[in-house]
Design a protein around this ligand. Structure first.
Ligand code: KIV
Length: 252
């Protein structure tokens, strides 16, 4: 699938905003596909959500490849974007060779954090689509606070977004910035923006699966929890434990 064609459908004028959610395994990939989620992101948030690490920088290419393959197996027809883990895109050459590995694992596009136009060009030369990620950058951030509040930060984020577009990105994720800046970036660019805590002026929205399904113990202020699966799973597992302990299950 050509990820650029998928993203291009959601550029101005908006028919409807694009929906993206992080996804890490085959089971949830098939559910997301059935739910009609436009793009599945194998985010490096995998480190925290699924693998129990403290920082996204604690995982590398082996984990990202393993989970990208699983998501592809679960959703053969979906548009899948895979994150570069920390350190996998430090030079244009390294970024290009790792992008090839992620594409071979099943990604339709790769996503990298920060303003790295040379890396984008080098990945595009391999024929692979690239999604940028600006604003709050979890791989290197020292705090998870909103960014882009000062005029200097705003000007920097807008010029980085333009540079990433010119280098060949097909979309840009904007994380935890003021809504007005998200809308400004969306107006400035001719590729779609996908916001996570960047307001409803973006061309699309992305949420971490654990936040939207209520699987994690806590969630960022901008996330919306649509269900509390953690509570539901806990109740089901307690019932199972009680049934087994009291010989109510199995019945024969
Ligand atoms: O890894 C991730 O979950 C992400 C989202 C925050 C967009 O990059």
């Amino acid at each position: 699938m050509n990820a650029a064609d998928v993203f291009a459908r959601f550029h101005k004028p908006l028919q409807r905003p694009l929906s993206m959610a992080t996804c890490y395994d085959a089971t949830f990939a098939s559910i997301m596909d059935e739910a009609g989620i436009d793009v599945l992101l194998v985010g490096d948030s995998l480190a925290n959500t699924m693998l129990g690490f403290a920082r996204t920088a604690d995982i590398g290419m082996p984990e990202m490849l393993h989970h990208t393959k699983a998501v592809r197996r679960g959703a053969p027809e979906s548009c899948i974007v895979a994150d570069f883990p920390f350190g996998a895109d430090t030079t244009p050459e390294l970024a290009a060779s790792n992008a090839v590995l992620l594409a071979q694992a099943g990604a339709d596009a790769v996503k990298l954090e920060g303003c790295l136009p040379q890396q984008v060009r080098s990945i595009r030369e391999k024929g692979i689509q690239v999604v940028g990620h600006l604003g709050l950058l979890p791989q290197t951030a020292t705090s998870l606070k909103q960014t882009g509040r000062t005029p200097e930060e705003q000007a920097r984020i807008l010029s980085e977004a333009k540079a990433m577009e010119e280098a060949g990105c097909c979309a840009i994720v904007l994380e935890h910035i003021p809504s007005a800046l998200g809308a400004q970036a969306t107006d400035l660019l001719s590729i779609p923006t996908v916001g996570i805590g960047a307001g409803n002026g973006c061309a699309g929205q992305v949420l971490v699966m654990h936040d939207l399904l209520g699987l994690g113990p806590r969630q960022p202020p901008f996330a919306k929890r649509y269900v509390n699966l953690r509570e539901q799973a806990l109740a089901a597992l307690r019932s199972y434990h009680a049934d087994v302990s009291s010989r109510l299950f199995p019945t024969t």
